[in-house]
Design a protein around this ligand. Structure first.
Ligand SMILES: Cc1cc2nc3c(=O)[nH]c(=O)nc-3n(C[C@H](O)[C@H](O)[C@H](O)COP(=O)(O)O)c2cc1C
Length: 190
């Protein structure tokens, strides 16, 4: 049957707002430790790179965490569950230069094994990382991180992560459809 509805018409919007709508994965917490101070920041601008546990994160130089990552070259990338959404947004709206975010937001630092930065015990996953490439930092504030050790909550009360839409709203993971029986070529992933 022919669709009589007119086709939708695209309207232009400010280019500088456009990067946020292509953000790919779940919202992250980046944990750093610098000069004996633990810190956390919220990051939604990131990308998977290749098939190693390698990812890139965009960190603005105005963040306290930027100096920590630049100087120590290491961090923990944590995936928070949806139950932490409000706290994660608050963590991204204050700076570690004036508070202890673990204490302020009731999160538990857990020592990592290969980096000084702390794991976030309440998160679904934690990835100990080292900065392995800084060639895009100057131009794009883009740090390439190599995961060196991975941790997970063995029994999470809330398995959902969440995504930033880019306008201050967030999408929490919804319906889960189990297609593991069709993943015959990718047994290693299940
Ligand atoms: C949902 C959300 C996503 C954010 N994503 C990023 C990001 O990708 N890169 C960035 O530099 N800052 C991002 N921010 C801002 C930082 O988290 C914020 O500047 C934070 O206060 C930095 O903390 P710090 O000064 O303790 O490092 C985001 C904030 C929110 C709320």
């Amino acid at each position: 049957m022919r669709n009589e509805a007119p086709p939708p018409v695209q309207v232009e919007f400010p280019l500088q707002r456009a990067f946020t709508f292509a953000e790919s994965g779940p919202v992250l917490l980046i944990s750093t430790r610098h000069q004996d101070k633990n810190n956390l920041m919220t990051v939604s601008c990131h990308a998977s790179m290749g098939f190693e546990p390698t990812l890139g994160i965009c960190l603005g130089p105005w963040n306290f965490s930027y100096a920590a990552l630049t100087e120590t070259g290491e961090c923990v990338v944590a995936i928070p569950p949806a139950s932490l959404l409000t706290r994660v947004v608050d963590i991204g709206n204050c700076s570690g230069d004036s508070c202890d975010k673990f204490a302020e937001f009731g999160l538990t630092p857990q020592p990592a094994l290969d980096v000084q930065a702390q794991l976030v015990a309440e998160c679904l996953y934690n990835l100990e990382c080292r900065v392995v490439n800084r060639s895009l930092v100057k131009a794009y504030n883009f740090f390439v991180l190599q995961g060196i050790r991975a941790w997970r909550d063995p029994a999470p009360a809330d398995k959902r992560s969440f995504h930033a839409v880019g306008d201050g709203t967030f999408i929490i993971d919804g319906e889960v459809r189990d297609l593991r029986h069709k993943m015959t070529k990718w047994q290693d992933c299940i």
